[in-house]
Design a protein around this ligand. Sequence first.
Ligand code: C2E
Ligand code: CA
Ligand code: CA
Ligand code: CA
Length: 278
Amino acid sequence: KAKEQRGSLHFFSDDLTLAVHHRMQLEQRLRRALEHDELCLYYQPQWSIDGSRMTGVEALVRWQDPEKGLISPAEFIPVAEQSALISQIGSWVLRSACEQIARWLVQGIQVPRVAVNVSPQQLHHHHLPQEVASILQQTHIPPTLLELELTESALMSPGVEAVEMLNALRVLGVSLAIDDFGTGYSSLAYLKRFPLNMLKIDKSFTDDLLASDEAKAIVETVVMLGHKLGLSVLAEGVEDERQRVELERLGCHQFQGYLKSRPLPATELEALLVNREI
Ligand code: C2E
Ligand code: CA
Ligand code: CA
Ligand code: CA
């Protein structure tokens, strides 16, 4: 298709135009959502591998749109990541999670460690450790209750002084996890240099665990690696009791998944925290 525009001829596809238009619209709505405080956090429990103990929760952002209802981060995070919005969302998530921890502590609730997702762009800003430090200071929460989830590709991305940044974060007392382990830029050498606490095995390996010997071999190897390096290993996306049993047999330490709990609104997690025996 061709279109005359100021004398020059532009070729474009309708699909592409639509996609760009959709993205710009979403970006604009998202900017408004931030201003109007329409984002909220859900919390998905993480469990010791036998399911007896909640070891932590992962904070997952949602967009409560007045018209469209609850929108999944899978829909808007990728768009936000292509604009400056992701930094604002990242800051909002970090602050909100810490403020929630502080409120729970004030209520006398035994709070587990809360993991927050950090997007690659946040690592490109050298002030992430300062930002975390100031939020910790303002909310007065113990740094050990905060964990940051980073992806391999973000850590390996050029221009990111990952080792220095991770060291600065660890000095603050927060924990560090590698998210979606095994799916990104997989270089095992960095595991030695980075001061990490946890590896999160990506859901794709959990999905294939019972059907594929390769997936099983990979999970087994990651668990061994974790053991040797003193890192906790958590399997994501566990939906089936047979997967959990197999992960337990392979020596995996923790799991997270629909098998035991979906991401929950703060009030529902609260009920779970108040009623738990441990
Ligand atoms: P992720 O960090 O890998 O988070 C895990 C995703 O898997 C979550 O989807 C969670 O709801 C889902 N999940 C957990 N257990 C199961 C299960 O047993 N089965 C299935 N099918 N899914 C399960 P969610 O909440 O839709 O988030 C999607 C992605 O959006 C996240 O993947 C993360 O990459 C991103 N995201 C979410 N919140 C944030 C945030 O605050 N900041 C940033 N930068 N990204 C976020
Ligand atoms: Ca995550
Ligand atoms: Ca993940
Ligand atoms: Ca994922």
